[in-house]
Every structure is written in structure tokens, then in C-alpha cells.
Ligand binder design. Sequence first.
Ligand SMILES: [Zn+2]
Length: 217
Amino acid sequence: MENKEIELIGDNHLSSNIETPLRPDAFEKSDEEKIQNIEGHFAKIMEELGLDLTDSSLSGTPYRFAKMYVKELFYGLDPKNKPRMSTFENKYGYHKMLIEQNITLNSSCEHHFLPIVGHAHIGYIPKDKVVGLSKINRLVDYYAHRPQVQERLCSQILNDLQQLLGTDDVIVVVNAQHLCVSSRGIKDQNSSTVSIEYGGRFEDITYRNEFFTSLKK
Ligand SMILES: [Zn+2]
């Protein structure tokens, strides 16, 4: 891809597939090996920018950066870090809408590697299975901690919950600010991006309305 084309795509945040594009050898190296390699690469970037890595304030940065990437910001790339999502039998026979709202969302845009910060709101109509509500927060956190495109993040959470809960009746809304929009480029501090994905009964506007009305309260 030519640089001009890359710049165009960068600001449009295209997403082509629901799967995060991973190399086949993505998890052959250990985290420790990755941290060591990224530390070296990032030191080179800092040097290229003209920074003096012998300065005591900067000397630890390449290691801190590498560890933060592998263990924190992008821990959600590795399937071994996926939260265990145990479900329970829907013993109470509750078949109305369940909503988990204002789930804190911290992610990174894959085109600029800058933060995406906001909230996710999730609703579902239980069939035979229910899930502990905090598990939904953990699942959001897991998928958010990869280089992401907001629409894909939404779809990944939706798909996972539909499979887990054994129902298509799930809705996922993400409302987030992209630092690549607020701190660079157009530098718009006030705009946010809303993405909505749903299936099953949420295709019906009545259910979506009930969901959005409950969110406002
Ligand atoms: Zn971006």
C-alpha cells in the first residue's frame, strides 16, 4: 500500500472483517520474548526522534512501553487471556430485557495506536442461560484491549455474547471518543462515535426503543 492510500484509510477507520487480522504465528513467542523485542524496536524509534536514552528519565521508557503493550493495552489479542464466561441456568424464568450500561471502555485505534475511551451498553433477552453481569464487563474489556476499529469491537462483543447466551437477542452500543480525532488531525474535542450492533428481536424497533429508553434513566 502506498503512503498516500494509508493516510486516507487512517482517518476513515475502515474495517473489513469481524476477526482481528492476526498473523498465523501470532502466539509462537512468549510474552517475555515479545517484550524484549519491542523494547529494542521502541528504543530505535526514540533514538530516531533524537531522544537521548542515556538520560535517567528516558532510559526505562522502552521497557515500560513494551510491557504496557504486551501485558496491558493489548492483552486482549491473546485468546489465553479471554475471561472465563460461565453461564447459569435461567432458573427464575426471566425473559425480559437485561441491561448492563455504562461499562467503561478503554481501547486503542488500530490506525493510529491512540486511545479510544468511552462506554459500552449491552442488553439481552435471556433464553435458557444467563451470565454474571460483571462477566459482560470483562468481555468488553478483553475485546477492547487490542488494536481496534470501533465497529469491529461492537461486532466481536455481540457475536461472543450471542454464542455464549444461546440467543440472537443481544444489542451492543459503544459510544466513544477517539484521541486520533480529538488530539490530532481535525482536533475535535467534542465529537464522539456511536456504533450499534444487534440481532434477533432487537431487529424490531420496539425492543430497540425499550433498550434506549431504559438507558436514559
Ligand atoms: Zn485512529
